[in-house]
Design a protein around this ligand. Structure first.
Ligand SMILES: [Zn+2]
Length: 309
């Protein structure tokens, strides 16, 4: 019997870009890591290198993006890279960065998928450990029209269902609900290319708060009060809600292990997704940790994750 194994990169890979919120130039290097390392962000620009391993508790700011901290060292906007790692099943990785924000690149996870696949993905000699939901866990915020919620429920596999409600003509004319199942869909094809989005009316307020300084039409879908301003339009008919799935996959992977669960959410975001992880960790009676000694018994989408090349 073949055990379902952990995965890392075959070789290192490198990119340069700017941070969406900070506008800072940043170099990023993705490097292979030993089994059970997890995903570790490393601030190599600080006088002493600081390692920031991912965990739900390390998330310290969820305004517009997910930020991890360790002491005074931070790393902003980790969710799109984390989403690519979740979608490609990468368990162990060092992410060396020369500034405090992961580069936004094209605003989606497609560039990270390309980087990871170019480096190649390697099986490691250790079983992959999953957090398997055994009871549902749910969180919500707000009342009436402002209500948002997110839920994890038992499922043999990993699937995500998301509904948005922005009350904006350009968004409302697209698909408002999407479901993605790792067992039947392709992350790289169906989800990874969906870009982040924003509204021109919010940009002034965001910039006054030091956010979106690196944002623009080449790394986001930008809308005025009526329409999409990007010359080329949308990449998917339902690109907005697909980006919310992309973000949720990144936010949820911060728990440090892949989930065996069905995630469903209505108007959730980085803050509520992190609250959901904390609720999960606070209820150890709702999940256990499992491995698959026989890869044939693993759910579809995990067993079939072949090496990327
Ligand atoms: Zn995003």
């Amino acid at each position: 019997m073949a055990v379902l194994k952990q995965r890392t990169l075959k070789s290192l890979t490198h990119a340069v870009g700017v941070g969406l919120h900070s506008g800072q130039r940043v170099e990023i290097t993705l490097r292979p890591a030993a089994p059970d390392t997890g995903i570790v962000f490393r601030r190599i620009d600080l006088p002493q290198v600081v390692d920031i391993p991912v965990s739900a508790e390390a998330v310290t700011d969820t305004r517009m993006a997910s930020t991890l901290s360790r002491g005074s060292a931070r790393v902003l906007t980790v969710e799109h890279l984390m989403s690519a790692c979740s979608g490609l099943g990468v368990d162990n990785l060092y992410v060396d960065i020369t500034a405090e924000e992961i580069p936004i690149l094209d605003g989606s996870a497609a560039s990270f998928v390309f980087l990871l696949q170019s480096a190649g993905i390697e099986m490691q000699n250790a079983p992959r450990r999953f957090i398997r939901l055994t009871q549902p866990v749910q969180v919500s915020e707000g009342e009436g029209d402002n209500r948002k919620w997110a839920c994890l429920a038992p499922y043999h596999g990993y699937k995500l269902s998301f509904e948005i409600d922005f009350k904006h003509p350009a968004v409302d004319s697209t698909g408002q609900h999407v479901e993605f199942d790792m067992g039947s869909g392709s992350y790289a094809r169906d989800i990874a290319r969906a870009r982040t989005f924003g509204f021109t009316k919010d940009v002034e307020m965001m910039r006054a708060n030091g956010l979106a300084l690196g944002g623009g039409l080449d790394n986001a879908i930008v809308m005025d009060d009526y329409k999409v301003l990007n010359f080329d339009g949308l990449r998917y008919d339902d690109e907005f809600v697909k980006h919310k799935i992309l973000d949720a996959m990144g936010d949820l992977y911060l728990v440090g292990k892949p989930l065996l669960a069905s995630y469903s959410a209505f108007r959730s975001g980085h803050a509520l997704n992190n609250k959901l992880l904390r609720e999960l960790l606070a209820h150890p009676d709702c999940w256990d940790v499992v491995t698959f000694e026989d890869v044939k018994r693993a759910p579809a989408g995990f067993a079939q994750l072949a090496p990327a090349w």
